[in-house]
Design a protein around this ligand. Structure first.
Ligand SMILES: [Zn+2]
Length: 502
């Protein structure tokens, strides 16, 4: 090769590299928010002191759901329902109330135009127990409803009594103002969400189907207004959960001849099953930075540090790298793919006996792109051993359908967030836990899982954990949010999606 050709090809490569770098930077700089200019909406005459007092009292009721309680009589729940009647007489006078399976309360506020598909707001007043032995770790006792340092403290403060009390306060406010919905509104206060919702939400969904009630959307608990969700990202972001993952536990069983451990064969039950589990863990199902996950990141991207922006704006170049990076962090990994969690492993009865059987259970949370069958096919292919018997355990369910973000109800909720939390981007996202909304896909395709709770990363541990609490100012925002959301969705024929003002 002559010197001239060498210089020419090096120059050529340099030009290509500079061009690529220029494109990469240009695209990163192009990232910008699309937060519409919206007039902030406030309701200064909300009686927040009174609302906080009622929430504090509500947290003192031990409306605890435990697995054994499903069908039992629940006196504390009755007392709680009496308390609601005493505290919200106008809500009970103005709305029709139906007791579903005894303890779930279904309120109906008939609209002036009953032919319009109804709006539905849902939440739950049952709570998880406080783990025995951790009561003293609480700054204030878990059922004290203590009000201090700008918070209301107690089990259920986040999940989900602040949610349903925002509904009740919003209804009380609207009634006091003489509001009359054009569209019928349902408010369901469910009683067994924490143990699967089969007696509450499932029954409400069945009633809606039986009565052929047309439901435009169901707003339920769900994703928060999240702060500091990623390193370098200070800007809060409001996420609306538009999908829930599916669920399947797979049991793996192996049987072999047992025997004395002094002359073990090459393959033992424990050995075979361990390597099957190892294969599953080392080769997880494929994750994709696409579809919903990509939509979640889009509104976040402009606020991220430069390196992230470069990568996210140039997925044609860095897509694989982004997937790998997200795969390392448990919560982003959970949004990226169907996750694999070995949860049980049993074998052996004595230290010098080879066990004849070994059994393991692996729990999978199924990404909306996969199905229960896909998981089974994947397990079969990955464990590469026909001696292992594979069995699907009870309780499997497919991932939820994805709520269309183009729907009027999604757009109305997004608009309401912009009105109450100005300047905060809104993103559709996956909800990684489960809600009562999962019982409603046949009722409506518009399931909106969102609570206007401002959450920081350390708040995640308070939900179902110690020191659960809700900020008083934030509770005021929640009430304002639902007043506005109810108005935006039930005032007239159309939803207010920002296309027109009141
Ligand atoms: Zn909940």
């Amino acid at each position: 090769m002559t010197k001239r050709i060498l210089v020419r090809s090096v120059t050529g490569i340099l030009i290509v590299l500079i061009a690529v770098a220029a494109i990469v930077f240009y695209r990163a700089m192009q990232l910008s928010h699309d937060i519409p200019e919206v007039d902030q909406v406030t309701y200064d005459d909300i009686d927040l002191d009174r609302a906080v007092e009622r929430l504090s009292q509500a947290l003192q009721f031990r409306t605890v759901s435990t697995q054994e309680l499903t069908f039992l009589y629940r006196p504390e729940f009755d007392r709680f329902i009496d308390f609601l009647e005493d505290e919200y007489p106008e809500v009970h006078n103005t709305l029709e109330r139906e007791r579903v399976n005894g303890y779930t309360l279904l309120f109906k506020w008939e609209g002036t135009d009953p032919d319009l598909p109804a709006a539905m707001f849902q939440g739950h007043y049952d709570v998880v127990p406080v783990e025995p032995g951790t009561e003293d770790d609480w700054t204030h006792p878990p059922f004290s409803g203590n009000i201090s340092d700008g918070f209301v403290w107690g089990r259920g403060a986040i999940d989900d009594k602040s949610g349903i009390f925002s509904y009740l306060e919003a209804l009380d406010y609207l009634i006091a103002k003489g509001y009359q919905p054009g569209r019928t509104m349902y408010v369901a206060l469910n009683h067994d969400e924490e143990i699967g919702g089969r007696m509450g939400a499932r029954k409400v969904a069945d009633l809606m189907l039986e009565r052929e009630t047309d439901i435009a959307f169901v707003a339920d608990e769900g994703m928060p207004v999240a702060q500091e969700i990623m390193e370098g990202l200070e800007h809060p972001i409001a996420m609306i959960g538009v999908a829930e993952k599916g669920y399947v536990s797979v049991e793996l069983n192996i049987q072999k001849e047992g025997g004395h451990s002094s002359m073990p064969p090459r393959l033992t039950t424990i050995g075979v099953l361990s390597s099957a589990i190892k294969n599953l863990k080392e080769n997880p199902m494929t994750g994709r930075f696409a579809g919903l996950l990509r939509e979640t990141f889009e509104p976040l991207a402009p606020d991220l540090p430069l390196a992230y922006r470069l990568a996210l704006a140039n997925l044609w170049l860095f897509g694989g790298m982004v997937e790998e990076r997200l795969g390392y962090i448990p919560h982003t990994n959970a949004a990226l793919r169907t996750t694999t969690a070995p949860t049980m492993f049993h074998a052996g009865v004595k230290e010098n006996v080879l066990p004849q059987t070994a059994r393991a259970v692996v729990n999978f949370r199924i990404h909306p792109d996969d199905s229960v069958q896909d998981v089974l096919d994947y397990v079969r292919e990955t464990i590469v051993n026909d001696d292992i018997e594979i069995r699907v355990m009870e309780g499997a369910r497919e991932p939820s359908p994805i709520t269309p973000t183009s729907s009027e109800s999604f757009q109305a909720m997004k608009h309401t967030i912009h009105e109450i939390f100005p300047g905060i981007p809104v993103a559709p996202s996956m909800f990684l836990a489960a809600t009562d909304a999962r019982h409603f896909p046949e009722v409506t395709e518009n399931l909106l899982r969102f609570r206007p709770i401002r959450a920081r990363p350390d708040d995640a541990g308070r939900i179902h954990g110690t020191d659960e609490r809700i900020g008083i100012e934030n509770f005021g925002e929640m009430i304002a949010f639902y007043i506005r959301m109810m108005k935006n969705t039930t005032s007239g024929q159309e939803f207010n999606t920002g296309q027109f003002s009141e």
